[in-house]
Design a protein around this ligand. Sequence first.
Ligand SMILES: Cc1cc2nc3c(=O)[nH]c(=O)nc-3n(C[C@H](O)[C@H](O)[C@H](O)COP(=O)(O)OP(=O)(O)OC[C@H]3O[C@@H](n4cnc5c(N)ncnc54)[C@H](O)[C@@H]3O)c2cc1C
Ligand SMILES: NC(=O)c1ccc[n+]([C@@H]2O[C@H](COP(=O)([O-])OP(=O)(O)OC[C@H]3O[C@@H](n4cnc5c(N)ncnc54)[C@H](O)[C@@H]3O)[C@@H](O)[C@H]2O)c1
Length: 461
Amino acid sequence: MAPPTEDFDLLVVGGGKAGKTLAMDRARSGARVAMVERGMIGGTCINVACIPTKALVASARARRTLDRGRELGLIVDGAEADVDLLRAHKSDVVDGMVALNHKQFLDSGMDLVIGQARFVAERTVDVRLSDGGRRVLRGADTVINTGTRPRLPAIPGLDAAGALTSESLLRLESIPGRLIVLGDGPIGLEFADMFAAFGSRVTVVSRHSRLLPREDAEIAAAVRDLLSGHGVTVLLEREVARVGRDAGGEVTVVLEDGLELAGDDVLVAVGRQPVTEELDLPRAGVAVTAAGFVDVDEHLATTAPHTWAAGDVAGSPQFTHASLDDYRILKENLGGGSRSSKGRLVPRTTFLSLDLAHVGLTEEEARRLGHPVKIARLPVSAIPRARTTGETRGLWKAVVHADTNRILGATLLGPETGEVITTVQTAMLAGLPCTALRDMMITHPTMSEGLAMLFAGPADD
Ligand SMILES: Cc1cc2nc3c(=O)[nH]c(=O)nc-3n(C[C@H](O)[C@H](O)[C@H](O)COP(=O)(O)OP(=O)(O)OC[C@H]3O[C@@H](n4cnc5c(N)ncnc54)[C@H](O)[C@@H]3O)c2cc1C
Ligand SMILES: NC(=O)c1ccc[n+]([C@@H]2O[C@H](COP(=O)([O-])OP(=O)(O)OC[C@H]3O[C@@H](n4cnc5c(N)ncnc54)[C@H](O)[C@@H]3O)[C@@H](O)[C@H]2O)c1
């Protein structure tokens, strides 16, 4: 028999970035809040995504800097990745953040329910608790924030060959001697560049005519050069026919053109799928899209009353900062507001040996939309700060409206551009012309100084 239903002001199903932030916020202000999380305290980002990968990217980048030791005046006696030390470093970072999140959850006063939730009625979930019990919880408002998981394509033999996903590779059981990466998005390329620094021989297989099809074509070509410079083999316009693993443990990836790639492991990084199937959403009156994401309107309301969704599962851009912005939308809208997700300026940074940061439109997108554009380019080697560090690789590119000098977008490949892009974003949000950045006094010598140099070109045209 089901236990009696417990009522809450707010029920959060899945403790992702939006959900956990809202749950803490509302609990701290005195509301009765329950948050159900099936086990990853703090969500995907902290446990198996952004944070562990960026901890390891830091190791990979340090390795690359040590390779240039002599150039920087240092005698460095080799720098070799050690899988046990890497795992310990990653786990330290993750464990620290999980512990901090756990404490914050408890301090907020929320009811943190550890278990797997499934809907049994509108705004009502039945939770199989991790410790074996069961609870039925109902929210006056209910938020679904269950995230996404790696998508495994239907490639013959992939499963049986024990293909890795970002999650299993992050367990760092070993550093594969030869790693084959299927997919050309941020996950595939962050791992490719990172494992190349750890000593793996990496091959990336892409079905497109260039890497990172979402990004600016020129910058994507520069990313390809960066990877090639690190010994990564990039195969473009290839489809995988099948995958196999022999008794000796060697993996073979057979491409449709007949080429056979031999490796020790294969990483599948071809996108992520929503965690909705096991939620029994029809019982909650919540519709999903053809791709399985929760169907939400611009206010993040689902098809059921007082039921909302946020983050990856709601089809929001798959970034932690987008999920955080979804929290802001929900905070207002649960209180009767009508904040919208429409027209948001969503920045992104892919963390390779260099940052690949982007905001706004690419050149292709701006031209497709019919904007009259001026293009600004700046090689990173022109920036004094890059000269001082000796890391001069990369290219900055900006797209400016030819009539108004408004910045339409920028893509910056280089050191620290994940930081620099925020200034461009601020200027765009403020509606400033690019001359404002050209004429601003910027600390010397910083990477941000490159903005004045970048925008000197189109502004003077
Ligand atoms: C390898 C990798 C690297 C990434 N790097 C970056 C980066 O550098 N920067 C960036 O911005 N983004 C990055 N992302 C994307 C980012 O991780 C996601 O966009 C973000 O975590 C989405 O958060 P969310 O709020 O949708 O929910 P999530 O953080 O995915 O949380 C969902 C939670 O719901 C729980 N859950 C699911 N089903 C149930 C259920 N039935 N009952 C109870 N609980 C449930 C899960 O356990 C999970 O904790 C990366 C992703 C990956 C995979
Ligand atoms: N630094 C960051 O912010 C960061 C890092 C990692 C991931 N992420 C987020 O996670 C999301 C998922 O990342 P991802 O790289 O897995 O997905 P993605 O969708 O961004 O890229 C996957 C690529 O694989 C291709 N692909 C799809 N099916 C394929 C197949 N069968 N064979 C070969 N290629 C195929 C796709 O066309 C696409 O180009 C990203 O879009 C991003 O939003 C962000």
